[in-house]
Design a protein around this ligand. Structure first.
Ligand code: CU
Length: 156
């Protein structure tokens, strides 16, 4: 009997702790709401990624299946060296990602003269990528800092 009372007595504080646990549970509900928000954000993000992938795939697959993988990829890179773009003229498929590497010891940019694309500042030794326009055409570009540096990207 005494042991039982002691046991009950021991349970009461424990129960109060559980009752006090109501506050944490509300915190858990808030946490649950947060995780739902994150989940929603994840769905939105994955939808965006899927959209990006599907649009990219539709644009890239013809070029890839064209068998020009080697030639195409080499054309997707522009190197800046000795204050010039190499090659200064490239032809890419619509929406192609073009990587620009600055091998000079000064900052350069690769900037469309019609605001179609712009790498912004590329620090010495660094690379930056931009996406070629989807609309076919020839796009002249310059270095904003050294405007005698010119080139063209043809989208076809
Ligand atoms: Cu420059």
């Amino acid at each position: 009997m005494i042991d039982n009372h002691r046991a009950t007595g021991n349970h009461l504080p424990a129960g109060s702790v559980v009752a006090g646990g109501t506050a944490p549970s509300s915190t858990r509900r808030r946490a649950g709401t947060r995780s739902r928000r994150y989940a929603l954000a994840g769905v939105v993000l994955s939808a965006l990624v899927l959209a990006a992938c599907s649009s990219g795939a539709s644009g890239a697959s013809p070029a890839t299946t064209g068998g020009a993988a080697a030639g195409g990829r080499s054309g997707h890179t522009v190197t800046i060296q000795n204050f010039a773009f190499h090659p200064s003229r490239i032809t890419v498929s619509p929406g192609t990602v073009v990587t620009v590497t600055n091998k000079d010891s000064v900052v350069h940019t690769l900037t469309s003269t019609t605001n179609a694309f712009n790498t912004g500042d590329i620090q010495p030794g660094q690379s930056t990528s931009f996406t070629a326009p989807n609309k076919p055409g020839t796009y002249p570009y310059i270095c904003e800092i050294h405007q005698y540096m010119t080139g063209t990207i043809t989208v076809s």
